[in-house]
Design a protein around this ligand. Structure first.
Ligand code: ZN
Length: 177
């Protein structure tokens, strides 16, 4: 990371032009969840519940992506870190294709955003490669979109705008596939 204090040596270190100084297109509010591709949700339960101690929340099928998704939470209920385990329901699922190529494992990181449609428009205009130019439906009524992994240094990046339902507990509604 540029401008890292660890590497700053003396007065020549300049605080100018850090990435944070550039107007932020995504303006992520936080990490919404971490997506993990698995062959079988059932086979993963023991690890996530008994080994990690994560709380199982629910399973939802997202037909548009041909996946079953299990959600786990860690930490305080109102500010939990969520894990989204994705199991393909068809060989045509993008998750099945991912597992075939790269095996099970980390699939994507999702960031909470507001105004996802406006963000995508601004990203597109800025020349950032997108998988989804328009938001689509994720789990729990959220709106989601993926940036191209080549636009985000090899990490598949999801933007997630949780469903607004009148309370401020957006994080618990922010799951997406
Ligand atoms: Zn996701």
């Amino acid at each position: 990371m540029k401008g890292d204090d660890m590497n700053a040596s003396g007065p020549s270190a300049t605080p100018a032009a850090t990435p944070a100084a550039i107007a932020s297109l995504v303006a992520a509010k936080g990490v919404n969840h971490i997506g993990i591709a698995v062959r079988s949700l059932d086979e993963q339960r023991a690890f996530y519940e008994s080994v990690l101690g994560a709380r199982f929340e629910c399973i939802e099928e997202v037909k548009s992506q041909k996946v079953r998704v299990a959600f786990y939470a860690l930490g305080p209920i109102d500010n939990a870190v969520r894990l989204e385990l994705l199991e393909p329901t068809s060989p045509e699922s993008p998750i099945a294709q991912f597992i075939e190529k790269r095996g099970e494992g980390l699939h994507h990181v999702a960031y909470t955003v507001t105004d996802i449609a406006g963000r995508l428009c601004a990203l597109h205009q800025a020349g950032v490669r997108l998988i989804d130019e328009y938001p689509r439906a994720g789990a729990h009524g959220s709106q989601i979109a993926f940036l191209h992994p080549k636009a985000s240094n090899g990490v598949l990046t999801e933007l997630c705008e949780p469903r607004r339902n009148g309370n401020s507990n957006g994080n618990s509604n922010g799951h997406a596939a």
